[in-house]
Design a protein around this ligand. Structure first.
Ligand SMILES: C[S@@+](CC[C@H](N)C(=O)[O-])C[C@H]1O[C@@H](n2cnc3c(N)ncnc32)[C@H](O)[C@@H]1O
Length: 360
């Protein structure tokens, strides 16, 4: 399995199955689940919430609706937990989380982010959950009852403790404006939907954070202006990982026009301290583009909007141009020819595996 492929964590899967059975009388592990009215009901709920998120950007999640609860439990929480886990793998590359003592999960929902974080942070870490929807709070406490001793709930973000991490997993976009209070955290982990609109807002927020003294640890490999923000009107930085779906999840998707075998997301890991120096690395920020006579992929190493390019005529016979996963970190090639914004390469580009530390 590729290092960019994720599976649902078995413990989370069984917790969710239990709550869905209790609350909605649907058994996702039943033999006939795929063709059951339960699977159809779940698919309808997922579609309704998807339409809601598309049509009502910056609107609070409608937690009071039972279909929203069902859709979140069975679908969105799982996908968001995987997205968080993928971002945390990026965090691990640089020891970004080292020394974090308190996590504030803003717009915690059912706890996708806290759950991922609890798997990589020490058990002494304190969690502060901020969630305005009481229904979400109740469900969250149902799923994770044992977490109570290290966590508390609050309505308003107070002054964060020392070594605090502010987490915003799909929640910053529900606020109408950039909240100044987030600048009080030592570190910020922000994940947003990979839409052009919300991805570009996140790139604007990156700029604000740098102006206010933060450093970006990932996905950027530099602190210069974002080339996708400054040199394009439509591009937005986003990552992609693969999801190995369990059977019951596939059964829901079989009733849906949307497919989530790959998960996209935009994210930022920021901190008041600078990241370790990074030399000779770049990030792939675009999908593989096959064009007449060449193939290209957007790559980011500074404020220039550049493409890695493979000229087909220069490829050895019967060789396909390399395809690099979007979001991958690469070693900058030692040999290339630069033509305008194209970095023309002939040798294979080395990719840093997702679970490997950045070279220092
Ligand atoms: C799309 S959900 C994301 C939930 C969770 N973080 C995740 O990744 O799955 C956004 C959450 O933010 C919460 N939220 C929005 N505005 C809020 C506010 N001002 N204070 C507290 N919670 C808020 C909503 O109730 C909702 O649960």
């Amino acid at each position: 399995m590729s290092d960019r492929t994720f599976e649902i964590l078995p413990e989370l899967e069984s917790k969710i199955a239990e709550i869905i059975k209790q609350k909605f009388a649907i058994d996702i592990f039943a033999e006939n689940f795929a063709n059951s009215s339960g699977a159809r009901k779940m698919a309808q709920a997922v579609l309704k919430l998807s339409d809601f998120f598309i049509s009502a950007e910056a609107q609070p999640t409608p937690w009071e609706e039972p279909w929203c609860q069902l859709a979140y439990l069975s679908y969105y929480m799982i996908l968001n937990e995987i997205r968080c886990r993928a971002v945390l793998q990026e965090a691990e590359r640089t020891n970004y989380l080292s020394g974090v003592e308190q996590v504030t999960d803003f717009g915690a929902g059912l706890g996708a982010a806290t759950y991922s974080l609890s798997k990589v942070l020490p058990s002494s870490t304190q969690y502060v959950h901020i969630e305005k929807a009481l229904t979400a709070q109740t469900l969250h406490k149902n799923i994770f009852p044992a977490d109570a001793k290290n966590s508390r709930w609050t309505d308003l973000p107070g002054v964060p403790a020392k070594n605090s991490l502010g987490v915003f997993s799909f929640s910053l976009n529900e606020l109408s404006a950039f909240p100044e209070w987030i600048l009080q955290f030592d570190r910020l982990m922000i994940i947003e939907p990979a839409t052009s609109q919300q991805g570009r807002v996140l790139m604007e927020n990156r700029k604000k954070l740098i102006e206010r003294g933060f450093h970006i640890w990932a996905p950027c490999t530099h602190q210069e202006a974002c080339p996708l923000l400054e040199k394009s009107k439509n591009d937005w930085c986003h990552d992609r990982v693969f999801f190995q779906q369990p059977e019951w999840f596939q059964a829901i998707e079989n009733h849906l026009p949307i497919k989530n075998q790959t998960l996209t997301f935009s994210y930022l890991l920021a901190a008041k301290t600078p990241p370790p120096a990074l030399k000779g690395m770049a990030r792939i920020t675009g999908d593989f583009l096959d064009e007449k006579g060449k193939s290209r992929q957007l790559v980011c190493r500074n404020s220039e909007r550049e493409f890695l390019a493979w000229m087909h005529k220069n490829l050895p016979k019967k060789t396909e141009p390399q395809r690099i996963p979007r979001g991958a970190m690469i070693y900058w090639p030692s040999e290339f020819e630069q033509k305008s914004n194209e970095i023309r390469v002939t040798k294979e580009i080395s990719i840093l595996a997702l679970d490997k530390k950045n070279p220092s």
